[in-house]
Ligand binder design. Structure first.
Ligand code: TXA
Ligand code: MG
Length: 350
């Protein structure tokens, strides 16, 4: 398939909107990562996304809207489906964080096909802050289902170049925009109960959410056991039921990857260990590289880009230095969620 290349201009975004309205699929920038979008209400269009990504079809998609009021077109928010408190939380969180990197899981309306939600009776909704993304939604005239625009299993693309690497020739069009500001995917929160449950950590932290609702926010238990092996992740039935996307191999570079964490959150020590491992591997004829970050925000912004750049440069081992969970007001926790998955939980504690 010949992929049309669009610029981040009003004219081009309009053309991309027409493609989506006509049942096609388009990659576009958001503030978190690049997304691969289709009309969320058009089953056949959504199927094209699964195909282009090589994504299992029980992995639900996030539906992107351009105005808060659009929630009610696709989600069943009423006293029969949600408590008063849960509805209040929804309002407080959309006031505080939208447009922005927060995705809220709500009961779905019948108009949203099960193909979009991976068979679930809930729909995950996000209103992005990136202007191009919002203009695209507006000009297409429909809510846009969009997973990250990577081939399934690979790190999410955070630059136009990385999006092209994975999607050129597989989709109708790509809008080439700027690098993504946040760099990791949105925080996903189940909003249906009185106490929201975080299913995927992101730039918006549990503390941010708790401050906004003035109450307790739960973290799904599966997210806390960060040292468990991938096998244990697969076996965690509860989590699989909650957020099906999390059971698959994720964010993995081609290179073998190892994460260095210091027990006392002593990053300098972890870095020294990574350096000594790097030297050892070199003497064995390997081509290792080290990635480390100065804080949680920078780590979020750069992690996926650096994994992809390391692969492109032909490194065969990536030695990553972990950040502490409380780094940058808790963003470190979200970064480590991605970093450990990228490495297949191959962790070296020092
Ligand atoms: O930042 C983002 O969220 C990006 C950009 C493009 O907006 N999108 C993204 O989509 O990361 P994706 O498909 O790569 O990840 C969606 C996550 C998956 O972990 C999926 O399981 C979860 O959201 N999810 C989607 N719908 C859900 C639902 N109804 N219930 C629970 N989890 C859901
Ligand atoms: Mg993804």
């Amino acid at each position: 398939m010949k992929t049309r290349i669009f610029k981040d201009t009003i004219e081009d975004i309009r053309k991309a909107g027409e493609i989506i309205a006509g049942g096609g699929i388009v990659a576009f920038p958001t503030e978190t990562v690049y997304g691969l979008g289709a009309n969320a209400l058009d089953e056949d269009a959504v199927k094209k996304i699964y195909k282009a990504k090589g994504r299992p079809s029980d992995n639900p998609m996030i539906v992107h809207i351009s105005q808060v009021g659009d929630i009610y077109d696709i989600a069943d928010v009423s006293e029969s489906t949600m408590s008063k408190k849960a509805m209040e939380n929804l309002r407080k969180c959309s006031d505080a964080f939208w447009p922005g990197p927060l995705t809220m899981v709500l009961p779905k309306k019948g108009i949203v096909p099960l193909t979009t939600t991976g068979g679930l009776d809930t729909v995950a909704i996000r209103m992005p802050s990136h202007k191009t993304a919002r203009m695209l939604i507006e000009s297409s005239g429909c809510p846009i289902a969009a997973p990250s625009a990577n081939l399934s299993g690979k790190p999410s693309p955070t630059t136009a170049e990385h999006t092209l690497d994975d999607m050129d020739g597989r989709i109708d069009a790509i809008i080439l925009g700027s690098d993504c500001q946040v760099g990791i995917e949105s925080t996903v929160v189940d909003m249906r109960k009185d106490e929201p449950v975080i299913l995927r950590p992101g730039r918006i932290t549990p503390e941010d959410l708790s401050n906004a609702i003035g109450g307790i926010v739960l973290i799904h238990p599966s997210l806390k056991k960060k040292d468990m092996s991938q096998k244990d992740v697969d076996l965690s039935q509860n989590m699989v039921a909650r957020s099906p996307g999390m059971k698959y191999k994720h964010y993995a570079p081609e290179a073998e990857m190892q994460v260095f964490i210091s027990d006392a959150n002593d990053r300098a020590k972890a870095l020294r260990m990574a350096e000594s491992e790097c030297n050892r591997l070199k003497t064995m004829g390997k081509k290792p590289t080290i990635i480390s970050f100065s804080d949680g925000i920078e780590a979020a912004h750069d992690l996926f880009r650096r994994l992809r750049d390391a692969d492109k440069a032909g490194y065969d081992v990536i030695l990553a230095v972990g950040v502490s969970d409380d780094e940058s007001g808790g963003v470190g926790f979200s970064v480590m969620n991605r970093m450990l998955k990228s490495a297949g939980y191959n962790v070296k504690k020092v």
